[in-house]
Design a protein around this ligand. Structure first.
Ligand SMILES: Cc1cc2nc3c(=O)[nH]c(=O)nc-3n(C[C@H](O)[C@H](O)[C@H](O)COP(=O)(O)OP(=O)(O)OC[C@H]3O[C@@H](n4cnc5c(N)ncnc54)[C@H](O)[C@@H]3O)c2cc1C
Length: 442
């Protein structure tokens, strides 16, 4: 049995970040990762000089933890910011035509996306009473801004993040920022006007997002144990015993657990937490990449991408105009598109045979960008348990994790299924745990 101060379970960005911050405090630890290399959801694929992201396409630099991590790793100067124009333009469908989401008050007043009544209804939000109880996103947004605003803007936007169902999603957790503004200022519009604007810069790297993983991994070479799956966690007095599918067993004082809820639920010693974790839903999505010659594209939409709502009757949930945002991911003569399919409302589509699905998705993309030219390259990845859903059950999830942490003071749970799904949220949670619970071991 190997004795060690801390075991980090899972080598995705959450676990790796926890490792990075622990190392700064000179704490003795290992990271146990079940796959042959770390990274988890972050997966950059290089194919014939094209860079495809199977997982996240951009990272938000919106908190001090991510900024600190980049600084510590000396890669802050390696980030590539998105093309400005592409980053500000986002599209949705209006009567089957792509239309830019208004980004200023004037554009909002002029947009044909919403009817006059719907626009007027949005401004009435200022006078709406504050919600006392948490409710679904559809109820929350419809009661504050009207149903049309929800259907045409909020639903597509959340489709892009969670691939979920707004009638099941918790407004307090999936739209945390809006919820907090409403609670604090009595109105979201007032809150947006009076609160300090958050920095929302996003970035990538010249070799894709996996560059971040490789850089952290290189600095934690001695601590990472790959190809080892944790199969059981037991409490032994004040310590924890960690069993794995290899011949290694660990005895430690602290655990930082960053694996998905559906993995933790089957190896944790606490039945109550296990029951709650088993209720967290993860939505499946398929990610397709398609490359065309620029010259073959007749409808050259310049923007971040386009999002859909169910009534658009599209097969895809959204398309990211990847090479518009980050032109470095392919050579100048090409355009690279990332197409997301599936999610809660269209899960049945993912049952289609892969070759047929690819054809259907490709046809829709060709129609969108008006392109009959030859497909130059493609790639596909299926996420069976892709995106954790922040549904109405989330209140109970967070409560149970807190209760468990209070009972098991040296067992810390982090990851993407609570308090923020983004890469930068995951890094922040890791840093906060290390800062609050581990002291320097100089
Ligand atoms: C398709 C897609 C697109 C996304 N796009 C974006 C985006 O553009 N921007 C953004 O900020 N976020 C995005 N996200 C979300 C973000 O990428 C994830 O929330 C984040 O990367 C999760 O990191 P994690 O370390 O918490 O979990 P994971 O990446 O899931 O890592 C968990 C690790 O634990 C390991 N593991 C599991 N079980 C065990 C076990 N029993 N023993 C040992 N190891 C185990 C796994 O192999 C894995 O490496 C996207 C997610 C998906 C799926």
């Amino acid at each position: 049995m190997l004795k060690i101060n801390t075991v980090i379970i899972g080598g995705g960005i959450s676990g790796l970040s926890a490792g990075h911050f622990l190392k700064k405090k000179k704490i003795d630890f290992v990271i146990i990762e079940s796959r042959k290399k770390p990274g988890g959801v972050i997966q950059t694929i290089k194919k014939n000089n094209f860079t495809f992201e199977n997982g996240p396409n951009t990272i938000l630099n919106n908190n001090t933890s991510i900024n600190q991590l980049l600084k510590d790793l000396r890669i802050l100067n390696k980030i590539i910011l998105p093309n400005k124009k592409a980053n500000t333009n986002r599209y949705v469908f209006n009567n089957n035509n792509p239309i830019a989401i208004p980004t200023s008050l004037l554009k909002f007043v002029l947009t044909p996306l919403l009817t006059f009544q719907a626009k007027f209804r949005v401004f009435k939000e200022i006078f709406k009473p504050v919600q006392k109880k948490n409710t679904s996103v559809i109820n929350f947004i419809s009661s504050r801004f009207g149903k049309e605003f929800h259907d045409k803007l909020i639903e597509p936007f959340l489709n892009g993040i969670y691939a979920g169902d707004t009638s099941k999603m918790s407004s307090k957790h999936a739209l945390k920022k809006f919820w907090k503004l409403e609670q604090k200022f009595g109105s979201i519009i007032k809150g947006l006007l009076y609160s300090k604007k958050e920095k929302m810069e996003s970035f990538n790297f010249s070799n894709g997002i996996s560059f971040l993983i490789r850089t952290i991994t290189n600095s934690l070479k001695r601590e990472i144990i790959n190809n080892t799956k944790v199969t059981n966690i037991l409490k032994e007095g004040e310590n924890y015993k960690i069993e794995t599918n290899s011949n290694k067993t660990f005895l430690c004082q602290n655990i930082i657990c960053s694996i998905p809820a559906y993995e933790l639920r089957s190896i944790i010693f606490d039945n109550d937490l296990s029951t709650v974790l088993s209720k967290i839903k993860y939505n499946a999505v398929d990610v397709f990449h398609f490359v065309f010659l620029k010259n073959d594209i007749k409808n050259d939409l310049n923007g971040f991408g386009i999002l859909t709502k169910p009534s658009d009757n599209k097969i895809f949930l959204g398309v990211i105009f990847s090479s518009k945002i980050f032109p470095h991911i392919c050579s100048e003569k090409y355009e690279l598109y990332t197409v997301i399919v599936g999610g809660e409302k269209q899960k049945y589509i993912l049952k289609t045979k892969k070759s047929k699905l690819k054809k259907l998705v490709l046809k829709e993309l060709r129609d969108l960008i008006n392109c009959n030219g030859e497909l130059q390259e493609s790639n596909n990845y299926s996420w069976k348990n892709g995106i954790p859903q922040y549904n109405l059950y989330q209140e109970k999830v967070e409560e149970s994790i807190q209760k468990f942490s209070a009972k098991n003071k040296k067992f810390h749970i982090i990851g993407n299924y609570f308090s923020g799904i983004s890469v930068s949220d995951c890094i922040k949670k890791a840093e906060v745990i290390v800062e609050n619970h581990f002291s320097n071991n100089h």
